[in-house]
Design a protein around this ligand. Structure first.
Ligand SMILES: [Zn+2]
Length: 134
């Protein structure tokens, strides 16, 4: 049996695994937010100098995990964009839209040199659709 020690795995892998574990632990949207039918998350990025990663649209339906954390789209970055607080505060008041921005707090390898802060700028827009009460 091959034993893989924690230290042989990259920090990036560990972060991805932790993120996955949190997704599994969060349960489904249906369970966490029974009144919610669909959540749509639009992500737009801007880096300032480099060409920005393409925009993303995530449509999350009731059976999807109730976790709103997205990996940073920059390949060598170990960060993630955590919209859990933003989504949860919107759903808590049954709001329809929320907008905001944040910066990636991950670090990037930059070709083997010392890691640098990513600081990718994200603008997000969250839309929520609710079930009709019957
Ligand atoms: Zn990043």
């Amino acid at each position: 049996m091959r034993i893989v020690s924690r230290t042989t795995r990259s920090a990036l892998e560990q972060r991805r695994e932790e993120s996955l574990r949190r997704r599994m632990a969060a349960g489904t949207i249906r369970r966490a937010f029974p009144h919610v039918d669909q959540i749509r998350v639009q992500l737009r990025f801007g880096t300032g100098k480099e060409s920005a990663p393409s925009a993303q649209l995530h449509e999350l339906h009731a059976p999807a995990p109730a976790s709103f954390e997205f990996s940073c789209p920059i390949g060598d970055c170990d960060g993630s964009l955590d919209l859990n607080a933003a989504v949860r505060s919107l759903l808590a008041v049954s709001g329809n839209h929320a907008e905001g921005s944040l910066e990636c707090s991950g670090t990037r390898a930059h070709g083997g040199a010392a890691r640098r802060n990513c600081r990718l700028h994200l603008e997000y827009r969250i839309s929520a659709l609710y079930r009709l009460r019957g």
